[in-house]
Design a protein around this ligand. Structure first.
Ligand SMILES: [Zn+2]
Ligand SMILES: [Zn+2]
Length: 353
């Protein structure tokens, strides 16, 4: 154990002004009740894109929260885990008693500390420390790489659950990036088949069909709604996964009577929503932020079941720590469809210290 902890590790560090660099940092020490996990893979999230490309992150922070890895060292008082065990870290539970928790919404537990993404110490690095009571073992049927999809899959499961989607619903997904694709795949796994994905990027439309969309459209193909009444072929539920204001406005116009718009993608520019339409059609607008009360276990189980098209949800090429910024820019430009996995490696000669 001392061996690992005396080493240094490479990490992709945000240095400000939208720039990242790879640094060698001390390996963090697990305290009592904690585990040191060697990262196998960590997915790049839309949140990471916002934090870096829109420069919200605090300089010297390390991003990356969608990880899976193996236990490399254990702090004192941790029972039941072996070195080398393959793990992910579960969501932190809510208090269980507040109004939000009682309604099955621990993601917005009223006792929760506000998330501090700005000083986040993440997994675009070789090791992370996590409290051992959050560890979940990766099922034997699931690769560690695919297990790094657990966190965004838990979000997609929560999103679909909040929407109330059922087989027979006619669903629109606006945005065919990693979030829209996972939402589509989880809908399919839940037996919902009539799914249309609206997406401007051809590579993303193609991938949407591969992960289970029944149809794809470019955003301009979606009609404007008449003043009173619906478009010719309305949807019962729309998941807005792009964070684009125009997409949100259009998704809202595609809804049928008593339809539901679910906001999943965040964005700078605010959509303009016609409230008259919400009244006359009795529409529902909800937001979906992160996880169900069951945490990550249902996501691990769903991934291990083989019901999700993991190979189409994850980009074939993993990226090393020094390639993260480049891939973020390509994701923001819509050039890549699926989730990109980061491995905690560095191409030779790329560290700056
Ligand atoms: Zn994420
Ligand atoms: Zn609570």
């Amino acid at each position: 154990m001392a061996g690992v902890l005396d080493e240094t590790m490479p990490a992709a560090v945000y240095v400000g002004d939208g720039a990242m660099t790879v640094r060698e940092l001390a390996v963090p020490r697990p305290g009592p009740g904690e585990a040191l996990v060697e990262i196998s893979h960590c997915g790049i999230c839309g949140t990471d894109l916002h934090l870096v490309l829109e420069q919200y992150a605090r300089p010297n922070s390390i991003l990356g929260h969608e990880w899976a890895g193996t236990i490399a060292a254990l702090g004192g008082g941790v029972d039941g885990w072996e070195l080398g065990a393959r793990v992910v870290a579960d969501a932190t539970p809510g208090c269980g008693t507040c109004r939000a928790c009682r309604r099955g919404r621990p993601a917005v537990c009223l006792q929760r500390e506000p998330p501090d993404y700005l000083s986040f110490r993440g997994a675009f690095s070789r090791y992370v420390v996590v409290t051992a009571d959050r560890l979940l073992g990766v099922p034997g049927a699931l690769s560690t790489r695919a297990a790094a999809l657990t966190e965004p899959t838990a979000i997609a499961i929560h999103t679909v659950a909040l929407s109330g989607a059922e087989p027979g619903d006619r669903v629109l997904v606006t945005g065919g990036g990693p979030v829209g694709l996972l939402t589509t795949a989880v809908l399919r796994a839940r037996g919902i088949e009539d799914i249309t994905v609206s997406e401007p990027s051809a590579v993303r439309r193609e991938r949407a069909l591969a992960v289970g969309a029944a149809a794809v459209v470019v955003p301009d193909e979606l009609p404007r709604a008449p003043m009173a009444g619906t478009v010719p072929e309305p949807f019962t539920i729309a998941f807005e996964c792009s964070g684009n204001a125009r997409a949100a406005e259009s998704a809202f116009e595609q809804l049928d009577y008593a339809g539901t718009l679910v906001f999943v993608g965040t964005g700078h520019e605010l959509p303009r929503i016609n409230h008259n339409r919400a009244i006359v059609l009795e529409l529902t607008i909800i937001g979906a932020y992160n996880y169900d009360a069951a945490g990550f276990r249902p996501a691990l189980d769903l991934l291990a079941s083989g019901a999700l098209p993991v190979d189409d949800l994850i980009e074939a090429d993993d990226v090393s720590l020094d390639g993260v910024l480049d891939v973020m820019q390509r994701l923001a430009a819509g050039e890549l469809a699926g989730k990109v996995m980061v491995t905690p490696t560095v191409r030779v000669g790329e560290t700056d210290e």
